[in-house]
Design a binder for this molecule. Sequence first.
Ligand code: HEM
Length: 143
Amino acid sequence: MVITVKTLILFTAIFLSSCVNKLHSESVYQSLGGYQKVEEIADNYILEIEKDPVIFEYFKESDVERYRAKVIEHICHHTGGPCEYTGDDMQRVHDGMNITESDFNRGVDLLINAMNTADIPYRVQNRVLAIFAPMRKDIIYRP
Ligand code: HEM
């Protein structure tokens, strides 16, 4: 069979477009590396909270096991993974905490540290942050 330049270009174009499609159809959950990575991020995040006296103040009476389970479900679900979130909604959970804007930003920094420790590439981290940042309005200043 003779492969013409035209055929070669066509096959290359099909191959490249399937790569681009894959890039776009991959969920953030898949890009993170699936369930194990979600667990790793949640565990790193909990360690970050424990090291940060300002943020830990909010959690000092929390049930860590429940928090870990709900945060894993929450990240898995919202990044497009196969999990159901069975915790409370974000407004209800954070009601009464009166979380300030600067403490919210501090919490985001801890999440970034947790993702860095888990070796999540920046482009994937940005996709994660783009999912969680809009929840800010349900979380801050809820006296
Ligand atoms: C986008 C940002 C955030 C998300 C997605 C988030 C998500 C969650 C989730 C899923 C839970 C567990 C809900 C449940 O037990 O039913 C939770 C609980 C909690 N969150 Fe957040 N959170 C965020 C930011 C923050 C910040 C910035 C603080 C404090 C500075 C905070 C403090 C807490 C506390 C104290 C609990 C309760 C733990 C307990 O005692 O059960 N959260 N959050």
